[in-house]
Design a binder for this molecule. Sequence first.
Ligand code: IPD
Length: 271
Amino acid sequence: MTDPRELERLAIDAATRAGDHLRDHRPRRVEVVATKSSDVDIVTAMDRAAEEMIVEYLLAARPGDGVFGEEGHSRTSQSGITWVIDPIDGTVNYLYALDDYGVSIAAVEGDPDPLTWTPLAACVHNPPRRLSYHAAAGHGAFADDRPLRGPTSTGLSGALVATGFGYRAERRTRQAEIVTALLGEVRDIRRLGAASLDLCLVGDGRLDAYYERGLSPWDHAAGALIAREAGALVTGPDGGPADAEMTVAAGVPLHGELLARLAELDAFSGY
Ligand code: IPD
């Protein structure tokens, strides 16, 4: 049996090392080396370098583990543990020298599939603030050494709600309609640009809720465990695990209120 706290320590070390590199060696002009789902869905040379560093570090410590990384590293696990990695979550913020980006690393047990995996440990490191959000399953969540207390209780009308937008125009158009409807019903909306940090901020009680359609596994793997260990509820559309259809994070009962409103707005399919 692997102690989740050992995996948590490794995740913190790997994320901090990569984060130091991203912050301290950020070129004045960050080079976009590829695009993915659309012209604005970018990959920088720094995304690739950071993923390389993280994988090398983790596999040196645990050679039998698997890897599932946003920038293409993929390795089947022999130990049962797989590292789910987003080397820069919030790449567009990084490109524009905005501070809201994170190095997101989670250790999960089972196949690298959010519908079936069991998250064991996680770190989301925010290099500009030199801050690590981290958690081990069953052991709570922290911002560096400070325990996270989870979201405070509020109804939808008093809630500060974060969301995000995908990279394809058709998806964004529909996401804009949904957020337009919500805007008149909540305290306010935030779009920070890094899903992993949005989830940690819900765990930290600095956002009341977060929802987004279309996340990839590496966008939410670490942040979801951290938010959950802090006391938030994080689910997909039907109350099961968060997935590409929808990720909703909030305290109870706001989570149920938001999920029901999103269902009314037909937010779970078709875009
Ligand atoms: C993106 C960010 C963004 C979210 C997008 C993600 P990336 O991740 O988390 O906040 O709205 O859906 O794809 O591309 O910066 O790794």
